[in-house]
Ligand binder design. Structure first.
Ligand SMILES: NC(=O)c1ccc[n+]([C@@H]2O[C@H](COP(=O)([O-])OP(=O)(O)OC[C@H]3O[C@@H](n4cnc5c(N)ncnc54)[C@H](OP(=O)(O)O)[C@@H]3O)[C@@H](O)[C@H]2O)c1
Length: 293
């Protein structure tokens, strides 16, 4: 199976490469190797490599900056995925697995969001991700798979886990929002799920995939503090203080409730997510203590 991975330098992209099954003939391209907004480059790669599956792990993910960089967010998150879908359609028989986000929802639900719940993004990043979903489905129909996930982190740069570890290593008290609820999801487990989608040609449409369980950002931070000591990444357990969203103003509003109902996806792809705390432990254990200093 020939698989083209875009955005291979990001958190999910790296894990996709790491978890690639032995029978996958991979072309994994980072932003420097393929700008998914570059129409000519995208068409050239797809025409030459002739993938059976494209997994799009490239995205504009700077949630707060998207409020002021609207055009760029839409270009990367909506226009470029349409281009990928069109190039897959022109290829004939090529599937596109596109990653989307819990931020397409408003966060006003009191039960996990289902795929047939109406979206209602409350920030520009979420609107651009919803634009991407629609563009991909429009251009590729049943050959498109859209996988929404939430609160993705990995052992690599620029995510909540890394920010927490940095603050905790500095030994400062850490204040974290306790009134936003979701499911932390390791990039490694999301990548495994994406490979399960890739290996099931009969699966298409909209799906939800996150690690199991429920947490606030505060719960997640407390668990990081506890487990990071055990993993030897910080010397002592750090105090984590719960705060309200209003006490941590950001440019973009965040949904207060981000849980996604993964049950139909579990049935469709035959792989069940582990609890987020277990995935967190595995991720922390993959960071060498020396990296943390
Ligand atoms: N992170 C989360 O909490 C979260 C939650 C739900 C869903 N998602 C979705 O999961 C997917 C993967 O996100 P991630 O967490 O792995 O984000 P990430 O670490 O920011 O990775 C995204 C990658 O895309 C690259 N990229 C940006 N613009 C590009 C372009 N024009 N052409 C090619 N590559 C480009 C980025 O390169 P640079 O670093 O050089 O900009 C980066 O390597 C995205 O669709 C995201 O929306 C993420």
């Amino acid at each position: 199976m020939r698989v083209l991975i875009t955005g291979s330098g990001g958190q999910v992209g790296r894990e996709l490469v790491r978890a690639a099954p032995p029978d996958a003939e991979l072309r994994a391209l980072s932003r420097g190797e393929l700008d998914i907004g570059d129409e000519a480059a995208v068409w050239a790669v797809v025409k030459e490599f002739m993938p059976a599956v494209i997994i799009n792990a490239a995205a504009y993910t700077a949630v707060d900056r998207a409020e002021t960089e609207r055009d760029l967010a839409w270009k990367v998150n909506a226009t470029a995925p349409r281009l990928l879908a069109q190039s897959a359609a022109a290829q004939g028989g090529c599937r596109l697995i596109h990653i989307s986000s819990d931020y397409v929802f408003s966060g006003e639900s009191s039960r996990p969001y289902r795929t047939d719940d109406g979206p209602g993004p409350i920030n520009e990043y979420g609107r651009s991700k919803l634009g991407g979903e629609r563009a991909v489905q429009q251009a590729l129909g049943a050959m498109a798979v859209i996988v929404r996930s939430s609160w993705v982190y990995s052992a690599h740069e620029r995510n909540f886990l890394h920010t927490m570890l940095r603050l905790m290593r500095e030994g400062r008290p850490v204040r974290v929002v306790a009134d936003q609820i979701g499911a932390p999801t390791s990039a490694a487990s999301l990548a495994s799920a994406l490979w399960a989608f890739a290996s099931r040609p009969g699966v298409s449409g909209l799906h939800h995939w996150t690690d199991a369980g429920v947490a606030s950002w505060y719960d997640f931070a407390v668990s990081i503090a506890d487990q990071a000591v055990v993993a030897g990444l910080i010397p002592d357990r750090v105090e984590v203080t719960p705060i309200a969203t209003e006490e941590y103003p950001t440019a973009a509003r965040r949904p207060a409730f981000s849980l996604l109902d993964t049950r139909p996806t579990v049935a469709a792809v035959g792989t069940r997510p582990a609890h987020w705390a277990r995935e967190l432990k595995a991720t922390l254990q993959s960071i060498r203590p020396i990296q943390a200093t």
